[in-house]
Design a protein around this ligand. Structure first.
Ligand SMILES: *[C@@H]1O[C@H](CO)[C@@H](O)[C@H](O)[C@H]1NC(C)=O
Ligand SMILES: *[C@@H]1O[C@H](CO)[C@@H](O)[C@H](O)[C@H]1NC(C)=O
Length: 428
């Protein structure tokens, strides 16, 4: 009698094993779409900063598995970074009321949106409209893995989550700088205000005189200084993006997206005020060049610390940095390394291997379950840049995918309950 009870258990384990193996099959169900953004035009030295709403994107209740992008020309040829520098691209999720007469769009100066437009932010930690994206990278995009391992996925399009009368849509922001024929390629990509001859921001407001470079100086249609006499054709370009996803099913384990910013001046308000902690993410910062004479191996290190309200298991991590970046690490409260992401530079001319540009960032894929961030744990983000020369408008972001549960726990749980149900039926 006892034997018989053990037997079904053994069989169950085998079945469990096969079902677990079926996670691998998610791979074969992966759907891929290769899509083109609306076109943008760039002449030598010019800048495009486009916000395209309601872009082509997979619809329905799905789990996103990866997102990659690159700049291509009208014939679909890859454009190298030394011609068109991809400063960044960002993909945001939003809800818009169905049947609106004015769809959300950007007219070059202002965001026009119907009332009811809702940005669906990632899980944190920046606030308001800052760094709320689902995806975003820059020059490193061709060489940076974004795959979410099975059985995890970024779950979107859940009809139960989308408010009644609303649709889920996606916005793509592309910021690209054409550096053909410019006097200083690095200076133009770092948006140095003097090279753009810019003293007012996009909205006509004077720029502080101590602001030497950054996004305020390289907005849409600004122009970086060209070498005298340089002439080159205007080009029509696209962002070609590849999205991979699977249809949602109950075996998919959702991950949350977090984006940390090393410029975050996190403050815990004094308890008496009862205010919630403020994350103020400035997105950009400058790197001062080190003192003359020690230019050789100077490293500028910037850090910030804050508690992560809700923790979980790290599934994926990657940093985003600009030229000059060396790498970035995220540490736990006890000093353990949660993830280190190192910049790789190209050493040639071709797209994907451009010398002096960051063409990839290494990623972290810890064995799911092996790396846990505790609820409320204080984490420290550290971003290193070479300071052999100064840099303006650099970034130090860290993108994390965190799972709050693990598949086998979930699985064991649900299998056990169905096992007991089976036993009950067997012995009924
Ligand atoms: C810079 O801008 C000013 C006006 O804002 C203009 O008078 C001047 O010619 C510009 N310089 C260059 C080099 O384009
Ligand atoms: C950043 O610099 C610090 C201090 O020198 C060093 O301990 C750390 O290993 C560096 N991290 C990376 C990713 O380069």
């Amino acid at each position: 009698m006892k034997m018989e009870l053990v037997m079904p258990l053994t069989i169950l384990v085998v079945i469990l094993g096969t079902t677990c193996g079926a996670f691998g099959e998610l791979e074969s169900n992966v759907k891929t779409a290769v899509l083109l953004s609306p076109k943008f035009e760039l002449g030598p030295g010019s800048v495009a900063n486009k916000y395209d709403y309601d872009i082509d994107f997979p619809r329905g209740h799905i789990a996103l598995k990866s997102f990659n992008a690159e700049v291509v020309d009208e014939s679909g040829n890859q454009v190298p970074l030394h011609e068109t520098y991809l400063h960044h691209w960002v993909v945001e999720r939003y809800y818009e009321p169905k049947h609106v007469t004015t769809q959300t769009r950007y007219d070059g100066h202002r965001l026009l949106r119907p009332s009811g437009h809702v940005l669906v932010r990632n899980s944190g930690v920046c606030q308001r409209n800052t760094l709320g994206q689902y995806y975003g990278l820059g020059s490193e995009t061709r060489g940076t893995a974004t795959d979410v391992p099975d059985p995890f996925g970024i779950v979107v399009g859940d009809p139960a989550e989308i408010p009644d009368g609303y649709e889920e849509k996606w916005m793509l922001n592309i910021h690209a700088i054409d550096t053909r024929g410019v006097v200083d390629k690095l200076g133009c990509t770092e948006c140095r205000c003097d090279l753009y001859n810019v003293t007012e921001d996009e909205y006509g407001k004077p720029i502080r005189s101590d602001y030497k470079g950054g996004l305020f100086c390289c907005y849409d249609q600004t122009q970086c200084m060209l070498r005298e006499g340089f002439d080159g054709p205007k080009r029509t370009l696209y962002l070609r993006y590849t999205v991979k996803w699977v249809d949602w099913d109950k075996f998919i384990v959702p991950v949350k997206i977090y984006i940390f910013d090393v410029t975050d001046t996190f403050k815990i308000p004094d308890d008496s005020s009862g205010a919630i902690p403020q994350h103020n993410c400035l997105t950009e910062y400058n790197v001062e060049s080190c003192s003359p004479g020690e230019e050789k191996d100077c490293v500028h290190v910037k850090r910030t610390s804050f508690p992560m309200q809700k923790g979980g298991y790290l599934i994926y991590g990657v940093a985003h940095q600009h030229s000059g970046g060396i790498g970035s690490s995220l540490y736990g409260k006890d000093g353990r390394v949660i993830c280190s992401s190192i910049a790789t530079y190209g050493n040639g001319k071709d797209a994907g291997n451009e010398e002096n540009y960051i063409v990839g960032m290494t990623t972290c894929y810890p064995k799911p379950g092996s790396l846990k961030i505790k609820d409320g744990e204080t984490v420290t983000l550290e971003s290193n840049y070479s300071s052999s020369r100064g840099h303006t408008g650099v970034m130090g972001l860290f993108y994390l995918l965190v799972a709050e549960q693990l598949p086998h726990q979930d699985f064991r749980h649900s299998t056990r309950s169905s096992f007991f149900t089976n036993i009950n039926t067997l012995f009924a």
